[in-house]
Design a protein around this ligand. Structure first.
Ligand code: GAL
Length: 368
């Protein structure tokens, strides 16, 4: 069934938009070799948030976006704010002054995201919220995954792993994503829709529950260390992405409890998949970033050419009280049994996954 889900993602994104086919390498900026609308070649600016909250932004999003823009024959400038809100705004000013026709952002928080989007709009620059919705913002489009479904898959994954271990009335801790990231709210809405009824019925006991500022993995380890000290009888951890999961696993390893406490994650990173193969992490959520990048690039190219696409759905922004045209892609749950799906999809290679001590674990899991 899960394999079908991965291919459903492909069909869904193909149906939503014509997607630019990716081809070559990534770079901070570049120029496509295609023609241009009305003489001047369209130029698209992209601001990525950081390179620490998740490796995805540099290992996947940048690469896939650059390839899609190059294939579409447009100029592009992809930069990373490295978690610095002032840098985020300075990069945006430079891109707008530099004449981008479309600005694509992954906001660091909705306040600075809104400021940037409003400046772009005032200069006639089209805008797209990529992956994260800017609450109260003015982005013309939002391209992401169904992030509430991401959280539901995490909640369901944790209950599966706890049930497989025969856990009785487990104490569940939660390491939530950044409070400044709307996605973290949506993830939590999803997993709490699964866990809250279990707390209410008494089947599960609600343990320590904290959000991790800026998804900072070092802070996550300190937070979980404090959780574990206060409640060493934690039986399961809902961690909102693979980086937070790895921080909690480091604490459990120190206490020789790794592998005995199921932990969730997200992003299907090499580290997350290796932790799953080692039995230290229960599951991760795979979001086919190539589909997300291709959909965003296709939208951006259409906007740059003065066309207005009509994505299939909208999401409601409660802060701005606005329905935002959106492309929402389907996530997939990944356990030890279907790690191969991520390799087959080309998101992670066997070579980077099955290194050193993981070579044997890959063989046992039948990774090819
Ligand atoms: C979220 C994103 C996730 C996760 C997190 C950390 O907004 O949707 O993929 O990686 O950021 O960067």
């Amino acid at each position: 069934m899960r394999k079908g889900l991965l291919f459903a993602t492909a069909a869904l994104s193909a149906a939503l938009l014509t997607t630019a086919t990716a081809c070559s390498s990534s770079s901070n900026s570049g120029s496509g070799d295609g023609g241009s609308a009305g003489g001047k070649k369209p130029k698209i600016g992209v601001i990525l948030p950081d390179s620490k909250s998740s490796v995805r932004w540099e290992t996947a999003d940048r690469t896939y976006l650059a390839a899609a823009f190059k294939a579409a024959g447009v100029d592009y400038d992809i930069q990373n704010a490295e978690g610095d809100k002032q840098a985020f705004q300075t990069i945006a000013d430079q891109m707008i002054t530099g004449g981008v026709n479309v600005l694509v952002i992954v906001n660091l928080d909705s306040g600075t995201g809104k400021a940037v989007l409003d400046k772009a709009k005032a200069q006639g620059v089209a805008t797209i919220d990529y992956d994260r919705l800017t609450l109260g913002g003015s982005a013309q489009y939002y391209v992401s995954f169904d992030n509430t479904q991401v959280g539901k898959l995490q909640g369901q994954g944790l209950t599966k792993c706890l049930s497989d271990m025969g856990a009785k009335n487990p104490v569940v801790a939660e390491l939530n994503g950044s409070p400044t990231d709307n996605n973290a709210t949506l993830f939590a809405n999803g997993y709490n829709s699964v866990l809250d009824p279990l707390y209410a019925s008494g089947e599960y006991t609600k343990g320590p529950n904290q959000s991790v500022p800026d998804w900072d993995n070092a802070q996550a380890q300190t937070i979980f260390e404090q959780m574990y000290t206060s409640q060493p009888n934690i039986n399961g951890v809902l961690a909102a992405n693979d980086g937070l999961a790895n921080s909690a696993i480091a604490v459990l390893r120190k206490n020789h409890r790794n592998g005995q406490v199921p932990i969730t994650g997200q992003d299907a990173t090499v580290q997350g998949l290796q932790n799953i193969l080692a039995g230290d992490q229960c599951m991760t959520v795979y979001k086919a970033v190539k589909k997300e990048a291709d959909a965003a690039a296709a939208l951006a190219v259409e906007l740059a050419g003065g066309k207005k696409s009509a994505p299939a759905t909208t999401v409601h922004d409660p802060t701005g009280n606005r329905d935002v045209p959106a492309v929402l892609l389907a996530p997939a749950a990944i356990f030890k049994e279907n790690v191969q799906d991520v390799v087959t999809d080309g998101y992670v290679t066997k070579a980077e996954l099955c290194t050193g001590e993981y070579a044997d674990l890959c063989t046992k899991a039948g990774i090819k």
